[in-house]
Design a binder for this molecule. Structure first.
Ligand SMILES: Nc1ncnc2c1ncn2[C@@H]1O[C@H](COP(=O)(O)OP(=O)(O)OP(=O)(O)O)[C@@H](O)[C@H]1O
Ligand SMILES: [Mg+2]
Length: 255
């Protein structure tokens, strides 16, 4: 059984069709790439799957359940983690607090417990802090636990964001342009890091990326979309040599 199956999904923003009759299937444990020129609809696909938008048409099945129309926190609690094209970390909080925040909807205490600092609150708070510190240790970020994200290099902020996305134990990790804004050296490190995450947590990874080095060295399978529609799907070698793909990226003069 596939982990994620998208059937005939379309999404319109007013008169603009951002995603058009898209079909998708992700199998457990592999690394998938979604590529296409600027404005092709890639982020919209991620936003549809993670519950930020409700598709105009079509169905999204995840782990045997229809998830379209669910709120983002309901999707996240079904073990889908994601990062964003522009890093979204809470700048006023420390790295540790950022990780802890992702646990807010499975806290196990309510507002009364917080207000009166009940034993339940104190115990659970301690547990969450310990869990978050363990996670930081796994990701070799312990030394940065009390730093604010804005004081850290961009490559490290990406790692914190990926660690946060993994903190709820997803089966599927979605990365929207993880290499954007990174230096060449940082891109090489990121590739190793994603490989490590994939091997260590044994999860399915689905990434959008413009940097072909990242896509081609990591992905088992790649889908290419343009104007919201699929133009190619295959293994890296097939995609690299596909004339439709070259044309979409470089324009009519390319072939
Ligand atoms: N909330 C929105 N409201 C209206 N139009 C939108 C909205 N979000 C995206 N679009 C439009 O939908 C199309 C697809 O956008 P999307 O962000 O999904 O592209 P993308 O493939 O992620 O591009 P990029 O590589 O530049 O990130 C674009 O034409 C964009 O302007
Ligand atoms: Mg995008």
């Amino acid at each position: 059984m596939s982990l994620l199956k998208i059937n005939d999904m379309t999404h319109r923003f007013g008169g603009l069709t951002a995603v058009s009759n898209l079909n998708y299937e992700l199998e457990d444990g592999k690394i998938y790439g979604l590529i296409g020129p600027n404005g092709a609809g890639k982020t919209t696909v991620f936003n549809l799957v993670s519950g930020f938008y409700n598709p105009s048409m079509g169905e999204i099945n995840y782990n045997g359940e229809v998830i379209n129309g669910m709120a983002p926190h309901d999707v996240a609690s079904r073990q889908i983690g994601r990062t964003f094209q522009n890093i979204r970390l809470w700048e006023d909080m420390t790295v540790l607090e950022n990780i802890k925040m992702s646990h807010h909807f499975k806290l196990g205490y309510n507002l009364i417990d917080v207000f009166f600092k009940t034993k339940k609150y104190q115990t659970r708070e301690k547990e969450i802090t310990e869990e978050a510190m363990e996670l930081l240790e796994v990701f070799k970020l312990t030394d940065l636990a009390h730093e604010r994200p804005s004081s850290l290099p961009y490559g490290i902020q990406r790692r914190v964001e990926i660690a946060r996305a993994l903190s709820l134990g997803p089966k599927l990790l979605m990365l929207d342009e993880p290499a954007a804004g990174l230096s060449t050296a940082d891109v090489v490190e990121l590739i190793d890091y994603i490989k490590w995450v994939h091997e260590t947590f044994n999860i399915t990874i689905w990434m959008i990326e413009h940097q072909m080095q990242v896509i081609m060295s990591l992905c088992d399978r790649i889908k290419v979309i343009d104007f919201g529609q699929e133009i190619a799907d295959g293994v890296p070698e097939e995609i690299q040599n596909n004339p439709e793909v070259i044309k979409a990226y470089l324009g009519d003069g390319a072939i």
